[in-house]
Write a protein that binds this ligand. Structure first.
Ligand SMILES: Cc1ncc(COP(=O)(O)O)c(C=O)c1O
Length: 351
């Protein structure tokens, strides 16, 4: 049975063009900066996000962690949204490995933060207070449903930190989706922050890898953090080649995923037992609530999986679907049909 996998855009497989580029890739020892394909990817990536330099890393988590470890010294506090990916899903790496306590600020419905609350979270200088080392933003915002911070919001949030002398890192795992939604260039968005991490392996479909970009001296230092974490690779040109194809050929199609997500969400919103806040469906993520309380979310997920649809859970009856390369309109139609079909059943064990 064919399976429609909407758990994430990370499930995308490399395109044929990527596979060919990988087979052809010229390689060398990247730890000595001798891999021409990695060097090319890093230059290209830096230019695509308007930063001076960039570093290829195996994952988004490692890109964010290298940023935290490089911006901060031991004991510095890192401020981030309470719904942020770094806070929820990155194993507390900055705290565990860097001695960096985390401080959260409430994320609004669309992944934003109140400017006064952000300002209040930055510590004044005082003996006993951990110094604030970094503010992290996230755009698009995963747990808020792929929502987008616009240029004005980015500028204002970053200005709060900068006015207090604190640098800003953007977890821009899906920053290309944010820019496509806003119809602005990625460098316009990232000009507001000091450093940015983005993923090649999500909507851009590369099999592996993320990029951390920022000023050249920062990236020079960040390479030490990557080495310490065991993330410095050797003939990584083999995978970087796919990243180059991703940046050159997969950015323009990203809006198609946004159109698909919107249609999917609209159709879901008509189903009894499902609630969707359509205002949060801005990019390629659809978060919806399983309001039909006869169904336990885990049971619902396993029954739809038996029918050939994979979706993921966000807790509190919230489920997530992500549209991506490799799926067509017919797959999304089929996904809605499966959900519709399952919802009319009586769950096993229900009274
Ligand atoms: C917002 C955000 N940041 C970071 C990451 C981490 O990326 P990776 O899975 O490549 O480590 C993800 C992954 O889903 C994400 O959604």
């Amino acid at each position: 049975m064919p399976v429609i996998d909407l758990r994430s855009d990370t499930v995308t497989h490399p395109t044929q063009e990527m596979r060919e580029a990988m087979a052809r890739a010229e390689v060398g020892d990247d730890q000595s900066a001798e891999d021409p394909t990695v060097n090319h990817l890093e230059e290209l990536a830096a230019s695509k996000v308007g930063k001076e330099a960039a570093m290829y890393v195996p994952s988004g988590v490692m890109g964010n962690l290298c940023a935290l470890l490089t911006h901060c010294g031991r004991g510095d506090e890192v401020v981030m949204g309470d719904e942020s990916h770094i806070f929820w899903y990155e194993s507390g790496g900055g705290s565990a490995l860097g001695g960096l306590p985390y401080r959260t600020v409430r994320n609004g419905r669309y992944g934003d933060m109140d400017l006064d609350e952000l300002n209040a979270s930055i510590r004044p200088e005082r003996s006993g207070f951990p110094p604030t080392g970094l503010v992290c933003l996230e755009n698009t915002h995963n747990r808020c449903g792929g929502t987008v911070l616009n240029l004005e919001q980015m500028r204002k949030l970053a200005a709060v930190a900068h006015e207090r002398g604190v640098p800003v890192h953007l977890d821009g795992a899906r920053v290309f989706n944010a820019a496509a939604y806003l119809n602005v260039s990625v460098p316009e968005l990232t000009a507001t922050v000091d450093t940015v991490q983005f993923c090649l392996s999500k909507g851009l479909s590369a099999p592996v890898g993320s990029v951390l970009a920022g000023p050249a001296p920062f990236i020079h230092e960040a390479r030490k953090a990557r080495k310490m974490l065991g993330g410095a690779m050797r003939q990584a040109g083999v995978i970087a080649a796919a990243g180059i194809v991703a940046l050159e050929h997969m950015v323009d199609r990203i809006s198609k995923d946004h159109v698909s997500a919107r249609k999917l969400a609209q159709r879901l919103s008509t189903l009894p037992g499902i609630e969707v806040d359509l205002t949060t469906v801005q990019t390629n993520i659809v978060v919806f609530k399983l309001a039909d309380e006869r169904w336990e979310p885990d049971q619902f997920l396993s029954v739809v999986a038996e029918e050939g649809l994979r979706i993921s859970s966000f807790g509190a009856r919230r489920l997530r679907m992500v549209t991506h390369y490799g799926l067509e309109a017919g797959d999304y139609d089929q996904a809605v049909k499966i959900i519709e079909r399952v919802l009319v059943r009586v769950p096993a064990g229900a009274r």
